[in-house]
Write a protein that binds this ligand. Structure first.
Ligand SMILES: [Zn+2]
Length: 121
């Protein structure tokens, strides 16, 4: 799920932002720092680690959403899987193969944030 978001977003503001990246580190930096609010305002995104082989990204439910929905775990496992697919597709904006993505922490498994390990191919 989510892996085809690059097909529909290629000509959108998201696509134009991500296409500026010259490598994996730049693509994910642009995705998190400039484009994440265009994807999703229910979670706050941050890069935890970033290097030439991959990165880790956290997604934390925004305080506003937690307050409004009266839960620390908004969304669903399906929404987390969709988010992983969106991360997988990021490199295709620069005509590179899709990344490998594992969700290594998840609010729906009791963790304070969802965390994704992303490896560029
Ligand atoms: Zn999750």
């Amino acid at each position: 799920m989510g892996a085809y978001s690059a097909v529909t977003n290629r000509e959108s503001p998201i696509g134009r932002i991500l296409a500026r990246g010259r490598d994996g580190a730049e693509v994910y930096q642009l995705m998190i720092e400039e484009a994440s609010t265009l994807y999703d305002r229910n979670f706050d995104y941050a890069i935890r680690t970033l290097n030439a082989e991959g990165c880790t990204v956290t997604a934390k439910p925004s305080q506003l959403v937690q307050d409004i929905m009266r839960t620390h775990r908004p969304g669903s496992l399906g929404a987390c899987a969709t988010r992983a697919g969106v991360f997988e597709s990021a490199m295709t904006y620069i005509q590179a193969p899709a990344s490998h993505v594992d969700e290594i922490r998840c609010v729906h498994r009791g963790d304070p944030v969802c965390e994704y390990r992303i490896r560029y191919v």
